[in-house]
Design a protein around this ligand. Structure first.
Ligand code: CLF
Ligand code: SF4
Length: 495
């Protein structure tokens, strides 16, 4: 299905008009590139290199979602079941400066809970104001359910909050009534369809106001099978039409032990395949986020490598931090990262010529590969240490990230040596659909078990850039005649 899209973000609209684009997204204009190049959520490439820190200053929420247990973080930006410490604005600012001084990859400070930032406006904006003054080089980011958004659109712009996420799970109130049991609106608790109607209206109005103020807006949607899964295609169409920059569809997490309504009532979670099919169905007409880690509201570090436990609950003394020196160090460090990214792009263009078909009909089938990585865009993790795998699809069109899979860690240390055998069936299940596993190293036992399950381990590309390695493996398979079309009908690489 092809949507007729009116691309309303001012800068994007200009780019599309200039490029005469139809459904495919335009190459991003330089001004937008600059705004996302070091934001780990808004740029897939950046997420390998740049870190974010969440400041848990917002305890209260103004709505109830059926996937949320209020003892835990806002589930719109986190895994239910994970509790974050709450900080006062002063503590949050002090801690942010301390972390920024210690973590040169830090590029973004986000407020994402544990409740809704805009249901706690004083705490949220006091934190932002102090950060704008004291850490002017860090981007400010915020995530909200959108109920209070229209009221605070100007304030968000005033506080230099450049990136805002709105969680929009539906645009149809009857569906909303199945997701939100109540909201608090104008001092009163509203329920059912009328409550959902108000929430949706506020969310869409908020989106328009932010786009008009030139903020970059990401939409998060929780995929709830049988409730809003099919409907999210329509949500995608509408938010795109209203100028959202990115759509992040995340899977519902509903476990009985988390105590939320969906978990208690047996609402099922989507499978990785269902999630990917929905993201694919939304098409490439809109940028889809595929690398979300559903992180906690006090997360620190690269996505997928949360370091919050390393930083003390007690914030460091403010006077002990030489922030200007740390800022200069961070600027040098991040400039070097950007140079490395540019060099790697050039290298990858030169070293991995695209697979091309030698003028024959048909095309080789795509191959899905799992990758163990700790960041920096490299295959740099031992299989036994991995708790998640990024999943890439290689095809004659190139390499693309299609998602991530969570898995039990195969090796948890000498005390539990041997337990990997017990965990491997679950790991194999989590990697369903993957034909190759790329990692830095892997033991002989799991190698054999994965191979027997039809997943070929490969540590021959250890410490190489991910996309180049995935394409190299694809080309090896192609050259070996393993990709459906007979090898003699294809040519690999070249001009
Ligand atoms: Fe945090 Fe969210 Fe800003 Fe990112 S997270 S407030 S946009 S800085 Fe990112 Fe985490 Fe996914 Fe959120 S990976 S849960 S999308
Ligand atoms: Fe929970 Fe977030 Fe929903 Fe509020 S908006 S009920 S904190 S998931």
């Amino acid at each position: 299905m092809e949507f007729k899209v009116k691309w309303r973000h001012p800068a994007l609209a200009k780019a599309r008009a200039g490029a005469g684009q139809s459904a495919a997204p335009a190459a991003l204009p330089e001004s937008i590139q600059r705004r996302i190049q070091d934001h780990p959520c808004y740029s897939e490439e950046a997420h390998h290199h740049f870190a974010r820190m969440h400041l848990p200053v917002a305890p209260v929420c103004n709505i109830q979602c059926h996937y949320c247990n209020r003892r835990y973080d806002c589930a719109n930006e986190s895994r239910p079941g994970v509790v974050s410490e709450l900080l006062t604005p002063e503590q949050a600012v002090t801690k942010a400066l301390a972390v920024a001084a210690a973590l040169p990859q830090l590029a973004v400070l986000g407020i994402a809970g544990p409740g809704d930032p805009l249901a706690n406006p004083e705490r949220t904006f006091a934190t932002c104001q102090a950060l704008t003054e004291k850490a002017p080089d860090l981007k400010l980011c915020l995530s909200t359910n959108g109920l209070a958004l229209p009221q605070y659109a100007d304030e968000l712009a005033k506080h230099h909050i450049s990136h805002v996420t709105i969680t929009i799970n539906c645009i149809e109130p009857d569906i909303g009534a199945r997701i939100y049991p109540w909201i608090v609106w104008e001092g009163r608790r509203r329920r059912g369809r009328p409550a959902a109607e108000i929430l949706i209206e506020q969310q869409l109005k908020g989106l328009e106001l932010l786009v008009a103020r030139d903020l970059l807006v990401k939409i998060n949607s929780v995929m709830i099978p049988g409730v809003n899964d099919a409907h999210l295609l329509e949500v995608n169409r509408v938010v795109k039409q209203k100028g959202a920059f990115l759509h992040n569809i995340v899977p519902l997490i509903a476990r009985p032990e988390h105590g939320a309504h969906y978990g208690r009532t047996g609402q099922r979670e989507p499978t990785a395949t269902e999630l990917q099919a929905l993201q694919d169905a939304c098409g490439d007409a809109m940028r889809m986020m595929r690398h979300c880690r559903q992180c906690r509201s006090d997360a620190i570090g690269l996505l997928g490598q949360d370091r919050h436990a390393e930083f003390s609950r007690e914030p460091a003394a403010p006077l002990a931090i030489d922030y200007p020196a740390a800022m200069a160090k961070r600027a040098r460090f991040q400039a070097a990262i950007r140079e490395r990214i540019q060099a790697r792009r050039a290298e990858s263009r030169a070293a991995s010529p695209p697979v091309r078909l030698g003028g024959f009909p048909g095309s080789p089938r795509p191959v899905v590969m799992a990758v163990a990585t700790q960041g920096e865009g490299l295959i740099n993790q031992h299989f036994g240490q991995a708790r998640e795998f990024l999943v890439y699809e290689a095809s004659s069109a190139g390499v693309r990230l299609v998602g991530r899979r969570l898995a039990d860690q195969y090796c948890t240390g000498p005390a539990e040596c041997g337990d990997g055998d017990r965990r491997i069936p679950d790991i194999i299940r989590a990697l369903g659909g993957c034909e190759v596993l790329l990692c830095a190293k892997i033991g002989i036992e799991p190698w054999g078990q994965l191979e027997a399950a039809g997943i070929q381990p490969d540590s021959g590309h250890a410490f190489e850039p991910i996309e180049a390695a995935v394409m190299a493996v694809y080309q090896e398979l192609l050259a070996a005649g393993k990709l459906a079309l007979p090898a003699r009908r294809m040519a690999v690489g070249g001009n």
